[in-house]
Design a protein around this ligand. Structure first.
Ligand code: SAH
Length: 490
């Protein structure tokens, strides 16, 4: 059973301080289910990976206090099962032992780094997953992770046999390491849904402690609590009641802190949802490219006369604020896959302080752009501002189907970086993208090819323009396309 944690935060080897495990050594620990090893397959200044390998001892699993939950009375099944190989609650409990101080968010040597969000990639190559890759996405996605969960085929040489119950899971995000580890600690056994140990009432406390700051507002908190507590209804009920209380307390806190300026991207504070130009040099980020972009989008919306508008992947809600300011917009819907982003948008809009009539114009929905969502049908226009480049290229067809094929708004406005322009940003190292979560950035030719193909496939007419100063050689910093649906009705 293997789990790796990679960072590209610089210096990446600081990961060793955060995990309290020196990158130059192999660390070995005795854990109740076997032996855990921590080692670093790579440890350089720009990229560092720590691996946790759990060597399960099947005899220990079969015997002693774990007996009650190994596969029932089928004696052979106690010894021959997938427990030693698949990541699961065993790996989660080893993680909690081996990385105890990192989970608590303690670091003697790098206390300031503990509090910082850093680029992280977590991989679990063989994760037993009841509910498949869609469930993995719905558990990790709302926490701000970009999830790639690839089903592992039963037999690579026999594709006709179909997929196994395992997925190869990769999570990418910009997040505090302690939060990441706590999320993995809770959600691995939830995905596996077959905990190896007997659930004691103190598991509620463990769940609530590890869920601090993210579980109370998680859209799947019911399923998480039930599965984590191994379907013991009374325990799950108690956990959920406590989570609700916590959520209320958080909302009250957010209320007190409701100050739109406090959520504006601050270059010194690291990346936040909606801080799209995060990797750009600070001087450039202070220039109002983001403002120009919003103005250009608003101008397009005005040109086509849209009044019911979707802001898909709305992030922290900067555009929503502008949309609300225009009386012409009678209905404004912001969607995002990240609940954190939606919560920020809610605060930035000061939804709780708006008069009811204003509030009724605005909706914030959690929705993934890679799935069809009936709620999104029938709108005048949809905006995808700096969103497509956050999707893995192989997920783009799913977005095309969901937006252009299924939601089918009258107008779709897409903005995305022009990668050719990156050479004009002094201080942005050659080849580096503008944001650590960008999966790609397109040249003008690539954007033209994509927009032409999509328009053609779905019955739209497309026009393209640029935002920002136009450079004679490399064009504008931001590319913009406006798709207009052909022939009246969807
Ligand atoms: N449109 C905003 C935010 C851009 S950042 C702005 O320009 O300021 C990209 C946003 O897309 C993030 O908030 C991210 O959570 C969201 N996102 C990424 N993948 C998504 C998906 N598959 N479905 C929905 N939203 C997604």
């Amino acid at each position: 059973m293997l789990l790796t944690v990679t960072t590209t935060h610089r210096p990446a080897t600081d990961l060793g301080y955060l995990l309290v495990k020196h990158p130059d050594r192999v660390h070995t620990f005795d854990v109740p289910t076997g032996t855990a090893h921590v080692f670093y397959p790579e440890a350089a200044a720009d990229r560092c990976t720590a691996a946790l390998l759990l060597d399960v001892d099947p005899r220990r699993l079969a015997g002693g206090r774990n007996r009650r939950t190994t596969p029932a009375d089928f004696t052979l099944g106690r010894y021959v099962n997938d427990r030693p190989y698949a990541a699961s609650s065993l790996l989660a409990s080893a993680l909690s032992k081996v990385f105890r101080s990192a989970l608590r968010g303690a670091s003697r040597d790098r206390p300031e780094l503990v509090a910082a969000t850093i680029p992280l990639e977590i991989q679990v190559p063989a994760l037993r997953c009841r509910g498949g890759s869609a469930l993995a996405e719905s558990l990790f996605g709302p926490l701000g992770w970009t999830v790639t969960a690839t089903p592992v085929p039963l037999d690579e040489r026999r594709p006709d046999w179909g997929d196994s119950r395992y997925v190869d899971l990769t999570l990418r995000g910009v997040i505090r390491l302690a939060d990441a580890l706590n999320q993995v600690y809770v959600l691995l056994p939830v995905l596996d849904d077959a905990k190896h140990y007997w659930v004691a009432p103190d598991e509620i406390d463990k769940l609530l402690r590890a869920g601090e700051g993210w579980l109370a507002s998680h859209p799947q908190r019911g399923l998480i609590a039930r599965r984590y507590l191994v379907h013991r209804r009374a325990l799950a009920g108690r956990a959920l009641a406590q989570l609700d209380e916590r959520r209320l307390a958080e909302l009250r806190l957010a209320d007190d802190a409701a100050d739109p300026d406090s959520v504006d991207p601050d270059p010194a504070a690291g990346e936040r949802p909606g801080d799209e130009d995060a990797q750009l040099p600070e001087a450039v980020r202070r220039q109002p490219l983001a403002v120009h972009r919003r103005r250009a989008v608003l101008a397009e919306l005005a040109r086509v006369g849209a009044s019911r508008v979707l802001d898909l992947g709305c992030g922290g809600g900067a555009l929503l604020v502008d949309l609300v300011a225009e009386r012409r917009h009678t209905e404004i819907v912001g969607t995002d896959v990240s609940v954190g982003a939606l919560a920020m948008a809610e605060r930035r809009l000061r939804l709780d302080r708006l008069p009811q009539r204003q509030r009724d114009r605005i909706k914030l929905w959690q929705s993934a752009l890679t799935y069809r969502d009936d709620r999104l049908r029938g709108y005048d226009a949809a905006v995808l501002m700096e969103v497509v480049e956050h999707l893995d290229a192989e997920r783009l067809p799913a977005l095309e189907d969901a937006v252009f094929g299924h939601a089918r708004p009258g107008t779709v406005i897409v903005t995305t970086p022009n990668v050719e322009y990156n050479v004009r940003y002094e201080g942005l190292p050659a080849g580096r993208l503008r944001h650590s979560d960008h999966r790609f950035e397109w040249t003008r030719a690539e954007f033209a090819a994509w927009t032409d193909r999509v328009a053609d496939a779905h019955g739209y007419r497309v026009t393209r323009s640029g935002v920002g100063d136009e450079d004679p050689e490399v064009g504008c910093s931001t590319q913009l396309a406006t798709f207009i649906r052909e022939g009246g009705s969807p």
